[in-house]
Design a protein. Structure first.
Length: 277
């Protein structure tokens, strides 16, 4: 648990008051706050990035300008510390997906991603990673594991070498990275620092390892059709990207020694492969 003193300088700089306990995620250290130096001030969040990918992700958030993503009130580029709008809505897409609102949750993800991909009036931040570098873990793990992962790696290589409609990607647009901001609607948080084919940003809603029904064949088939319809994607291309991403996610899990989770992602890859036959 991070200590409140970690945030002291930023509380003073941004005239903010703590509005809860600090906490840590894989992405950084966070503290809910109230702005304007008042306990009833606007709700916000201070986020201290833990590594360079998250620092540049914060720059992407600022570049989006609150359109499809949480608004960034202030950003310390050198330190990678961000003061951002805080979600205060009561709904959660993961709960919706598990409680007979899966179609609606998928549509929300797709529409939010489309907002993020819209053209901006200023150049994108520098130091973004091409999608091929984002996939760096897949090839060596596929060589070690063989089988389905190796087959997916071949598909990934073909996709990465023939990318279409390239945009600044969110890179991790799953159910828990698009939150309910009340009157502002559903907005994204925690982007990666990635550019590439827009289709890639729609795969996480189909491959989310936190969703228990992710590898259910009926659920998978239905949500593929929802994504294709709402996002205007080619079904075959989407399924190929699902194979590629599910294998990449499995590779990351294997790097962390989590074979059960890797197997779960490969089960989704198998569904995509079968749907292509």
């Amino acid at each position: 648990m991070p200590d409140l003193t970690l945030f002291a300088a930023y509380l003073q700089r941004w005239n903010a008051l703590p509005d809860g306990e600090p906490f840590a995620t894989h992405a950084g250290y966070l503290l809910p706050v109230r702005l304007d130096g008042h306990p009833r001030g606007r709700p916000a969040m201070i986020k201290i990035a833990r590594h360079i990918d998250e620092k540049i992700g914060g720059q992407v958030m600022r570049w989006w300008g609150g359109d499809g993503a949480a608004h960034v009130h202030a950003y310390d580029d050198a330190a990678g510390v961000m003061l951002m709008e805080r979600a205060t809505g009561l709904r959660h897409l993961l709960n919706m997906a598990m409680e007979d609102e899966d179609d609606d949750a998928t549509r929300i993800v797709c529409r939010t991603v489309a907002q993020l991909h819209a053209a901006r009036g200023s150049p994108a931040p520098g130091n973004l990673l091409p999608l091929a570098r984002f996939f760096a873990s897949l090839a060596p793990m596929a060589q070690r594991e063989g089988g389905l992962m190796a087959e997916c790696a071949v598909v990934a290589g073909e996709l990465l070498g023939s990318q279409r409609e390239q945009v600044v990607l969110h890179g991790d647009a799953h159910h828990s990275n698009i939150l309910d901001f009340g009157g502002r609607g559903w907005l994204a948080i925690d982007p990666k620092r990635v550019t590439g084919e827009r289709c890639y940003d729609y795969v996480n809603v189909l491959c989310n390892p936190d969703l228990p029904t992710c590898a259910d064949p009926l659920r998978f088939a239905r949500q593929v059709e929802v994504v294709v319809s709402v996002a205007g994607l080619e079904r075959q291309r989407l399924l190929q990207w699902v194979m590629a991403h599910a294998a990449l996610s499995a590779a990351w899990f294997l790097e962390d020694g989590e074979r059960d989770k890797a197997d779960g992602e490969l089960a989704v890859a198998r569904l995509a492969q079968q749907a292509l036959m």
